[in-house]
Structure formats: structure tokens, C-alpha cells
Design a binder for this molecule. Structure first.
Ligand code: R5P
Length: 300
């Protein structure tokens, strides 16, 4: 039995289809004062999977998820698997400054204490967030699905570029699948919506990976940028500008989680991107890649 909460209705329906499982209906509304009302309709299976991204509005989507986990357990479900394709607050997995809240740890603990028996997410911003769970917890990768999409839209060998070193393992994963080169840039975050990006000599930087090439390799090439998240688009816009300055033939932009705030889509297209290719962890106009099969395979 699969249940899709408000933020992941389409994805849950597709996962249910892939698994040939029943998609359970939940009556979900708000009282006039804004409080949430949830009612699960019908008989509850012993094992239920809830799918809910905790994207914007994060706190509301999280409350809905917590209510549902607890309710299903109270109604007799023996095992509740929780799939959170995009997990909000996963970027605060430690105290960067004294006194900060470790939000990812609190969210993990809330999901667990509501009664979740298993947790699955996709490309968590920090993989170590899994350590906050005592229940089985998995972090799936969207890269095989994104690589398949890229293979379908280009006949030539592209270059895969990570806009910062943190995203380089994603570029490596895609490049390995497509048997092409990959490289990365160096990024310093100056503020929530301000980043500075530089070219690095990757051979001197000592990055691991056999297919690493320097930025000059992008000349006359079709380049696909890959990042886990696009929020304001600042990271991507900087990367596009550097690629253009170094002679890339075209630049397309891929990401797993299209948060896309503050006019990010317009800024990225205005910078010259050919396309923005996102997955359906968050529903968006840029969604091109479905992760229903990735999730279904993990649930099998
Ligand atoms: C940060 O390390 C992430 O991987 C993304 O690069 C970041 O969240 C993107 O943010 P923005 O689109 O605001 O530059």
C-alpha cells in the first residue's frame, strides 16, 4: 500500500504503478484556522509506504508526514516505510556557528519517533544525515536516471561538470555511466544567495577519478552541469559563465532537487542554459526525469 502526501502525489502514483500496489486515498484538508486534518480512508495493510518530500512549505509538509506516520501506526500498520525524496533541513547537519540548531538531526528524530520503521531519501545533501537514524536508512542516487536522460538527448560524448567540489562525485557517477569526461569548479559561498566560483587545475588539486580533465577540455563541447540542489541558481549561473568563457558549445543544467527560488529559472536561462533538467523529487516545470523506478526498485 502506497500513500502519497500533498508534496509527492504524482511521484507516489507512479511508484504505486511500478510496483503494482494500491494507492491509498487520504482525506487531507485544513481547518479555517490553518490547522491540518488528515483521515486515512479504507483498510490499512500491514506494511505501508508513505511518500512525501518536505520541500516548501517545509514545516507544513513535515507535520503532514509526521501525523500520517503516527496515525497509520495507531490504525494497525505493522511497518511504515517513509520515503522522503527531498529532505528539508538536510543542509544543517552540524553547527557551523555556535548555538545553531542541528535541524537535520531533529527532523530525523521526529520522523523516527512518529513511528517510521524505515527511511529512504534521494541524494541527501549530506550523506551523514543517515547516521541520525537508528532505523534502516538509505540514500538513493538519481544519477543513473539523469545519465539515462542525458544519453537520450545527445549523440556526442558530453562533458559533465560539477559546479563545486561537493558535486563532483555526482559528475563522476554520470561520467562513468556515459563513458565520458568530467570535471569541476571551485566555489566559495559568501552568503545564502552569493557565491564566488573559480577554475581549478584539477590535476594539481588531486581529485580522485580517472576521467578528470581541466576546464579547457570543454572547448567546442556539449556540457551538462550536475548539482544536487538548485536554489537561487547563483551556483549554476557562475558555472555557465565560466563554461561560456572557456568555449563550451552548449550548456545544459541538471539537478536532483529543483528548489528554484528568487527567479532561479529565469536567471539560468538568461545566462544561456539550453535546458534545465530536474527530477520529480520536487514537482516543477523543469521536471524531466522520473525517479519512480529508482524508488520502486528500492522498495522491492
Ligand atoms: C551546495 O553545496 C549545493 O550543492 C548547491 O550547490 C546549492 O544548494 C545551490 O544553491 P544556489 O542555487 O542558491 O546557488
Amino acid at each position: 500500500m502506497i500513500i502519497g502526501c500533498s508534496a509527492s502525489q504524482d511521484l507516489a502514483a507512479k511508484v504505486a504503478y511500478e510496483l503494482n500496489e494500491e494507492l491509498c486515498y487520504v482525506e487531507n484538508k485544513k481547518f479555517p484556522d490553518g490547522e491540518r486534518y488528515l483521515r486515512v480512508d479504507g483498510k490499512i495493510d500491514d506494511e505501508v509506504t508513505i511518500i512525501q518530500s518536505t520541500c516548501y512549505p517545509q514545516d507544513e509538509n513535515l507535520i503532514e508526514l509526521l501525523f500520517l506516520i503516527k496515525n497509520l501506526k495507531d490504525l494497525g500498520a505493522k511497518k511504515v516505510k517513509v520515503v522522503v525524496p527531498y529532505m528539508a533541513y538536510a543542509r544543517q547537519e552540524k553547527r557551523f556557528k555556535n548555538g545553531e540548531t542541528i535541524s537535520a538531526q531533529i527532523v530525523a528524530s521526529l520522523i523516527q519517533s512518529a513511528g517510521a520503521d524505515e527511511f529512504i531519501s534521494i541524494n541527501l545533501h549530506e550523506e551523514c544525515v543517515l547516521n541520525f537514524f537508528d532505523i534502516p536508512a538509505k540514500n538513493l542516487s538519481a544519477m543513473p536516471a539523469i545519465a539515462e536522460y542525458i544519453a537520450g538527448v545527445t549523440d556526442e560524448k558530453p562533458i559533465i561538470l560539477a559546479p563545486d567540489k561537493g558535486a563532483y562525485p555526482f559528475a563522476q557517477e554520470i561520467a562513468e555511466i556515459l563513458d565520458c569526461d568530467c570535471t569541476y569548479l571551485s566555489k566559495v559561498r559568501l552568503g545564502p544567495d552569493k557565491v564566488e566560483t573559480r577554475i581549478v587545475d584539477v590535476r594539481c588539486d588531486g581529485a580522485e577519478g580517472e576521467s578528470t580533465v581541466n576546464i579547457d577540455a570543454v572547448k567546442e563541447k556539449r556540457v551538462f552541469i550536475i548539482d544536487d540542489i538548485i536554489a537561487t541558481g547563483g551556483t549554476i549561473v557562475n558555472a555557465i559563465k565560466l563554461l561560456q568563457a572557456n568555449g563550451a558549445k552548449s550548456v545544459d543544467v541538471c539537478c536532483v532537487h529543483p528548489i528554484l527560488v528568487n527567479g532561479a529559472v529565469a536567471r539560468i536561462y538568461a545566462a544561456g542554459a539550453g535546458s534545465i533538467i530536474a527530477t520529480n523529487t520536487i514537482s516543477s516545470d523543469t521536471t524531466r526525469v522520473s525517479l519512480a523506478k529508482t524508488i520502486a526498485n528500492a522498495l522491492k
